[in-house]
Write a protein that binds this ligand. Structure first.
Ligand code: FMN
Length: 198
């Protein structure tokens, strides 16, 4: 089967097939992805986040809204995602525009998290400096004592983002560095795709 035949014409379905394969093959943290953002001057920054859900509407992760990524996305909503499944020799690149998930969706996800994670998300001003680890642990312990069994309310500074893709690229390792690459771009309500040189 050619690479073109192997990959569904709909990139969201193609992604789903590859993701399922990564899970079947027990790739460690198959849902870990790199998220690249840039500030208003175009200075890029990258970090890992966990893909929590995805579909035709986009790719979702959760984080602190006042973090560096949050501040960059507030001024420049364009971002890129990268997943690499090393044992399969596959990477998927996704680019698009990001918006916050609804507060309801963030709350629903927040409530599924263990109370310890809820406490940490509530006390952490993600990406701000903190003097010592002890300060962090004190803030955690104080709120954990108050929270008991929980649940805690969704903090205003925490929630989901959803990236609506406008570019996908599927890449697979081949011998002699003659790798397979297929790029998808929107065309009307469908997608057109073309092979890229390795
Ligand atoms: C495998 C892995 C998964 C991570 N998942 C998340 C996540 O889902 N959400 C999150 O806010 N940070 C996650 N982090 C931490 C981020 O990489 C990063 O340190 C944090 O979000 C602050 O980034 P920023 O200062 O660029 O906003 C993860 C780190 C690793 C190594």
């Amino acid at each position: 089967m050619t690479f073109e035949e192997q990959l569904d014409p709909d990139p969201v379905i193609a992604f789903g097939n590859w993701f399922a394969e990564a899970q079947r093959q027990s790739v460690p943290q198959a849902e870990a992805m790199m998220l690249a953002t840039a500030d208003r001057d175009g200075r890029p920054s990258a970090r890992m986040v966990l893909l929590k859900s995805w579909g035709p509407e986009g790719f979702v992760w959760f984080t602190g809204y006042q973090s560096r990524k949050g501040e960059e996305l507030a001024t420049n909503p364009r971002a890129a995602l990268l997943l690499f499944w090393q044992p399969l020799g596959r990477q998927v690149r996704i680019e698009g525009t990001v918006r916050k998930t609804s507060e309801e969706a963030s709350r629903r996800y927040f409530q599924t998290r263990p109370v310890g994670s809820q406490v940490a998300a509530t006390v952490s001003r993600q990406s701000r400096p903190v003097g010592t680890r002890e300060e962090l642990e004190r803030a955690y312990a104080e709120l954990a004592a108050e929270a008991g069994e929980g649940p805690l309310p969704l903090p205003a500074h925490w929630g989901g983002y959803i990236l609506k893709p406008d570019v996908f690229e599927f890449w697979e390792h081949r011998d002699n560095r003659l790798h397979d690459r297929l790029r998808y771009e929107p065309e009307g309500s469908a997608w057109r795709r073309f092979r890229l040189q390795p």
